[in-house]
Design a protein around this ligand. Structure first.
Ligand SMILES: *Cc1c(COP(=O)(O)O)cnc(C)c1O
Length: 350
């Protein structure tokens, strides 16, 4: 039985990056490559983005940051910044110092550990301090911000740290809440400026807010989804943005006028997606049932073993996009992509 294929289209990735950069300029793109570049593959994402001139990467953990640095070592490029925002262990802090990875710091406890490791190693840590602007998901509280800035500026003078960024993450629940978050963010920047230079990287927005709310953009925008062509759940299609990944499976059996294709729920295709439209050589057809290793699609005239069925993609053959599939089960397109198991073969296309 032939394996399902996730075709990764580099041309579309580069076009999306260009569209995003044009939209957000002069804010700089920090491309987010967490979760193995949203299931597309980290090495491919890093080497392709660097080719497009991207010089800033965002990831969750230091281990991924080190992996990004390794992929970059094979390319000759401008200095590239890597930002890892998860709270790390001391061992990971050491690795970050060694590989020049910027750290997102959102608590006094973590700041203390970063400063201690930097002092001990004799390497200045590059940090982006996170202010909690209302999401309550890691971040210094406004009431502890001023003291933290004093502490950071003192360590800066001693050569242990460099405050290169200030950041936060938006809830994106309502424009009004995001506006309030922005006020808190700007106040935090002003406090930092009173005791030293303005950090170069000021970042608050991810895909949706960066695209739709120019007034919220900082000097840097952290963007993942739109670069991969994943639109927001319940959001519109975007000019110049197309899905990078297309998932196909082939017809492995024809039974009673229906086509059985070689992908199932154990490969990461949620069984609750039954009823969605998939692309066949004759256009869109209903995906009727999803079993552990196979799925059943409404038949078409002339269907044959080996025919390719597009489970998701850009809608060119009647299929849904990953986000349209996700909306059926109340989740986001990212989840459809990151769930696919290694049984799904990744095929990079230029
Ligand atoms: C995932 C993530 C992003 C990117 O969000 P998108 O909506 O995919 O652009 C940015 N910042 C943080 C902290 C994130 O976790």
């Amino acid at each position: 039985m032939s394996r399902p294929v996730l075709r990764i289209r580099t041309d579309r990735f580069l076009a999306n990056i260009a569209a995003v950069r044009e939209r957000i300029a002069p804010s700089e793109l920090m491309i987010v490559v967490k979760d193995q570049a949203y299931g597309h593959g980290l090495e491919w994402a890093v080497t392709s983005a660097v080719q497009a001139g991207v010089t800033s990467f965002g990831c969750y953990d230091v281990r991924s940051g080190v992996e990004i640095r390794r992929h970059l070592d094979d390319t000759e490029q401008e200095p590239v910044r890597i930002f890892a925002w998860a709270t790390s262990t001391d061992e990971e802090i050491d690795q970050a110092l060694e590989h020049a990875i910027d750290l997102g710091v959102g608590s006094a406890e973590y700041l203390g550990r970063v400063l201690a490791r930097a002092k001990e190693r004799g390497i200045a840590a590059r940090i982006h301090l996170k202010i909690d602007t209302g999401l309550h998901r890691n971040g210094l509280l406004p009431e502890e911000w001023a003291d933290t800035i004093v502490r950071v500026r003192a360590s800066e003078a001693a050569g242990h740290v460099s405050l290169v960024g200030i950041w936060s993450h938006l809830a994106e629940a309502s424009d009004a809440e995001d506006d309030e978050a922005r006020e808190v963010f700007l106040a935090a920047i002003r406090t930092a400026e009173q005791a030293g230079p303005t950090p170069a990287a000021l970042h608050l927005t991810a895909s949706a807010a960066s695209w739709w709310r120019p007034e919220l953009r900082g000097t840097v925008s952290r963007i993942g989804a739109f670069c991969y062509g994943i639109r927001s759940a319940d959001g519109p299609d975007l000019d110049g943005i197309l899905p990078v990944a297309e998932l196909t499976a082939t017809v492995v059996e024809i039974v009673g006028g229906e086509a059985v294709i070689g992908i199932g729920s154990f490969d990461g295709l949620p069984s609750t997606l039954a009823g969605a439209s998939v692309g066949t050589p004759a256009g869109g057809r209903e995906l009727r049932r999803i079993a552990p290793n196979t799925a059943v699609v409404a038949g078409w005239d002339g269907m044959a073993l080996g025919d390719e069925v597009r489970v998701f993609g850009a809608g060119e053959t009647g299929e849904s996009s990953a986000t349209t599939l996700a909306e059926r089960i109340d989740t986001v397109g990212e989840e459809i992509l990151t769930r696919l198991t290694p049984f799904v073969r990744r095929l990079i296309v230029d």
